[in-house]
Design a protein around this ligand. Structure first.
Ligand code: C2E
Ligand code: CA
Ligand code: CA
Ligand code: CA
Length: 284
């Protein structure tokens, strides 16, 4: 590590862009992390606001790097995207999430239908053999497609709307559900939304978090209300992300929002902690 440190300084002194160097170092560590299996999935419960029971989980990747310690996905996912490492990482995430939901389905058959949401990155979405890959993963885990919900973002679909619609149709053909993540923050065009074969809108937590405090809080309530009714008018279920307080939950309930997710209910949990929660199967 000593020599490496010196090498890094020399690169810095020789005038290379430090940002590029840091990115390259992160890429190197990501590769090692993949090789040494340093990634884990955490699971954040998604709660039905009608029954107050667990309806499913969102799988969120965690990286405990032997060199760096804990690295936030907000920091490494973008680099994994740019470098293409998200493709092998994303494949592992999907496999692990499928294995987990299959296992929980067997252990907790009374809590059903338990649905696992998995984030899909733009790079994965652009893979020509995505449908085949997912089919293979579902077969490997021996689960039906309807156990899995893919979370995609608006911008992923706006590049090439027609091919995105085709791809989504094929994914739906596997029985998968599709959710639009961070809805309202991207570049979606409302004129296309009704053409996308999707199931759910996820209201971004930046809106939810501003409903109560700050000078524009009333406006944020209106924005959230508008997104929920837009979803309902298009026959979609709506999930509110980032619910942290009881009064936020109350507002969303009053708007007839179907699902909620956020620290008010639970942080993302390790597999063990998620299982403890499933054993209790609490009602919030
Ligand atoms: P996201 O998909 O919007 O995930 C929700 C993020 O909000 C998660 O952060 C979650 O821990 C956090 N969160 C949940 N409830 C609350 C709350 O009540 N308050 C606040 N302040 N935050 C809350 P996380 O796990 O750090 O992930 C950040 C982003 O990284 C994700 O945003 C997603 O874009 C990406 N990401 C995470 N895991 C994966 C993955 O497995 N695959 C891909 N492609 N991207 C991932
Ligand atoms: Ca997500
Ligand atoms: Ca989100
Ligand atoms: Ca996000």
């Amino acid at each position: 590590a000593k020599e490496l440190g010196t090498a890094r300084n020399e690169i810095f002194v020789s005038g290379m862009d430090t940002q590029a160097v840091q990115r390259w170092q992160l890429e190197t560590d990501l590769r090692l992390g993949l090789k040494h299996q340093e990634f884990r999935l955490y699971y954040q419960p998604i709660i039905s606001l009608k029954t107050k029971k667990i309806a499913g989980f969102e799988a969120l990747v965690r990286w405990q790097s032997s060199k760096r310690g804990f690295v936030s996905p907000g920091d490494f996912i973008p680099v994994a995207e740019e470098t293409g490492l998200i493709v092998p990482l994303g494949k592992w995430i999907l496999e692990e999430a499928c294995r987990q939901v299959s296992d929980w389905h067997e252990k907790f058959p009374h809590i059903s239908p338990l649905i696992m949401s998995v984030n899909l990155s733009g790079r994965q979405f652009a893979q020509p053999d995505l449908v085949k890959q997912i089919q293979d993963v579902l077969d490997g885990a021996k689960i039906d497609g309807d156990r899995i919900k893919l979370e995609i973002t608006e911008s992923m679909m706006m590049n090439d709307v027609e091919s995105a619609i085709e791809l989504l149709k094929r994914l739906k053909g596997l029985g998968l559900r599709i959710s639009i993540d961070d809805f309202g923050t991207g570049y979606s065009s409302l004129s296309y939304l009704h053409r996308f074969p999707i199931d759910t809108l996820k209201v971004d937590r930046s809106f939810v978090g501003r409903m109560e405090e700050g000078k524009d809080n009333e406006k944020y309530i209106q924005i959230v209300r508008t997104i929920v009714s837009l979803g309902h008018n298009l026959d979609l279920d709506v999930i509110a992300e980032g619910l942290e307080t009881e009064s936020q939950v109350k507002i969303l309930e009053d708007l007839n929002c179907e699902y909620g997710q956020g620290y008010f209910f639970s942080k993302p949990l390790s597999r063990e902690d998620a299982e403890d929660l499933l054993v209790k199967n609490p009602e919030w």
